[in-house]
Design a protein around this ligand. Structure first.
Ligand code: SAJ
Length: 423
C-alpha cells in the first residue's frame, strides 16, 4: 500500500474537539468537510458561525469557511482521512456507550477506499479501535483491514486521543504532544504523517489499545487527585481547619502537590472517563471507583451545608456565583455548580439569585422554579444575605472584600479568603 498525500479530510462530530480540529486542519490548507447530525449546527458553521464558546474559535471558523477550506454537512463524503470525534458517554451502571462511534464508522464504510486513514479521537474503552476495524471489515468485504493483516491492509486505522483543555483548545491542539496508537505500526506512522501537518508537539507512537488506556489514565489520574483534595477539605471541615491554608502549607514540601478542593468535578471528560477503566476492570480498580464517588458526592454535601445555614435566616436570599463547570469558560456540562444551584432553587423557601458572566439567560432546567433569577454581580451583592461562590470566574475574584464582610459566605473554591465556610 502506498502513502497517500493528504489533501482532504472528513471530521465526523463537530463538538468541542471536532470543530476546532476541523478548523486547524483547514487553516493549514487542507480541504475539510465537517460532519454533524445536527442540522442547526451544520447550517450555523456554513454561515461562518459557531455553537461553541471557545476563545478565537469563531474567528478561525469564519476565516476558513470564507476561504472555502471548511464546509459542514450532515453526511460524510470521500476524503483521504477520516477523523472521528463523536461523544462517548456512559449508560446506566456507568457502562460505556460507544454507539456514536459505531454510527460514525457505519456512515463512512460505504465511501472509504484503498489508502484511506481512519482515526478515532473520541475517548474510548480499551479495544474500541480494533473493534471498529472489525466493524468496517464486516461492512466492506472487498477491503483488507489492519486487525486482520497489517501488511496486506488497504485501510490505516488508529486511535489518537484528544487531550485539549477547554478554554485553551486551539493552542493545545497544536502544542500538546500527541499519542498515536495504530492497529499496527504502519497505521501509527501514517497517522503521524497527518498530524505532523498541524502539531508542533512530539508524536508518540504505540498500539491502539495502549493509546486508549493512556487517555483514560490521564483523566482518572486527575480525578483521583482532585478526589484526594476534596477528601482533605472534608476532613478539614470536620476538624475546623482551613483547608486552603493546610493544603498550601503541605504543598511547600518538595514532593507534595495537592490539587484544589472544589464543589465537585464537572465537564464531559473527567467525570466520565474513569468509569471506562472501572467497567473494563472492575475488580482491580477500587481506588478509581472510590474517587468517582468522592467527587460525585461533593455537590450534595455542599448543598446540605448551605441549606442548614439558610434555614436559620428570615426569608433567605441566596446568591450563587457561577454555574460553569470551571473558571472563565461558558461550559455547563456536568457542572457541580449547576447541580448545587438547582438543588437550592428546588427549595420553595429560598429566593435564589444566579450570577454568571457567561450566561445571557438561565439554563432550561431552572424553568420549573419560580423563585430563581439571573442577576448582575452588583444586584446579587446588594440583595442576598448568603453568597455562594461556585465557579472561580475572574470577575468574582475582583469583588471588593468589604462588600463580602457583612454577608454569610460559602466559598467552595477558596477565592474569597478569609471568608471560608465552604468545602
Ligand atoms: N477541578 C478541581 N480542582 C482542581 C482541578 C480541577 O476541582 O484542582 C475541577 C474543575 O473545577 C472541573 C473539573 O475538575 O470541574 C475538571 O476540570 P479540569 O480543568 O481538570 O479538566 P477538563 O475536564 O476541563 O479537561 C480534562 C483535561 N485532562 C487532564 O488534565 C488530565 C484535558 O487535558 C482533556 O483533554 C479533557 O479533560 C478531555 O477532553 O478529556
Amino acid at each position: 500500500m502506498t502513502t497517500t498525500k493528504f489533501k482532504s479530510i472528513c471530521v465526523i462530530g463537530l463538538g468541542y474537539v471536532g470543530l476546532p480540529t476541523a478548523a486547524i486542519f483547514a487553516s493549514n490548507n487542507l480541504k475539510v468537510l465537517g460532519v454533524d447530525t445536527n442540522e442547526e449546527v451544520v447550517s450555523l458553521i456554513n454561515k461562518g458561525r459557531t455553537h461553541i464558546i471557545e476563545p478565537d474559535l469563531d474567528k478561525l471558523v469564519k476565516k476558513n469557511v470564507l476561504a472555502g477550506n471548511l464546509k459542514a454537512t450532515q453526511r460524510p463524503e470521500p476524503a483521504d482521512a477520516f477523523i472521528i470525534a463523536v461523544p462517548t458517554p456512559f449508560l446506566n451502571n456507568h457502562k460505556p456507550d460507544i454507539s456514536y462511534v459505531k454510527a460514525a464508522i457505519t456512515s463512512i464504510a460505504p465511501i472509504i477506499k484503498k489508502g484511506n486513514l481512519v482515526i478515532i479521537e473520541s475517548t474510548c474503552p480499551v479495544g474500541t479501535t480494533e473493534t471498529s476495524s472489525q466493524w468496517l471489515a464486516e461492512l466492506r468485504e472487498d477491503l483488507v483491514f489492519p486487525h486482520f493483516d497489517e501488511n496486506l491492509a488497504d485501510i490505516y486505522i488508529s486511535h489518537s486521543p484528544e487531550r485539549v483543555l477547554p478554554g485553551n483548545i486551539l493552542a493545545e491542539l497544536v502544542s500538546n504532544d500527541r499519542v498515536i496508537g495504530g492497529v499496527g505500526k504502519k497505521c501509527a506512522n501514517h497517522t503521524m504523517d497527518l498530524y505532523k501537518l498541524v502539531v508542533s508537539g512530539t508524536c508518540l507512537l504505540t498500539n491502539a489499545r495502549t493509546a486508549e488506556l493512556v487517555k483514560l489514565t490521564e483523566n482518572a489520574f486527575r480525578d483521583v487527585n482532585i478526589a484526594f483534595a476534596n477528601e482533605i477539605s472534608l476532613v478539614c471541615d470536620h476538624l475546623n481547619i482551613d483547608p486552603w491554608e493546610a493544603i498550601a502549607l503541605a504543598n511547600h514540601h518538595p514532593r507534595v502537590n495537592v490539587l484544589n478542593p472544589g464543589p465537585g468535578v464537572g465537564g464531559h471528560c473527567i467525570a466520565v472517563d474513569p468509569w471506562f477503566i472501572a467497567h473494563s476492570a472492575p475488580s482491580v480498580s477500587p481506588l478509581i471507583q472510590t474517587a468517582r464517588k468522592v467527587n460525585d458526592q461533593k455537590p450534595n454535601r455542599i448543598t446540605n451545608n448551605i441549606i442548614n445555614v439558610a434555614k436559620t435566616l428570615q426569608d433567605p436570599k441566596i446568591a450563587c456565583f457561577g454555574l460553569a463547570y470551571k473558571a472563565d469558560i461558558g461550559d455547563f456540562r456536568e457542572s457541580p455548580a449547576l447541580k448545587i444551584a438547582l438543588q437550592l432553587a428546588a427549595n420553595p423557601d429560598f429566593n435564589v439569585l444566579i450570577v454568571d458572566p457567561y450566561l445571557s439567560q438561565l439554563p432550561s432546567q431552572f424553568s420549573e422554579f419560580t423563585c430563581v433569577k439571573l442577576v448582575s454581580i452588583t444586584e446579587a451583592l446588594h440583595n442576598a444575605q448568603l453568597l455562594v461562590l461556585l465557579t472561580d470566574h475572574a470577575e468574582f475574584k475582583k469583588i471588593d472584600s468589604n462588600l463580602l464582610s457583612k454577608k454569610i459566605v460559602f466559598d467552595t473554591r477558596g477565592v474569597w479568603k478569609p471568608y471560608k465556610n465552604g468545602p
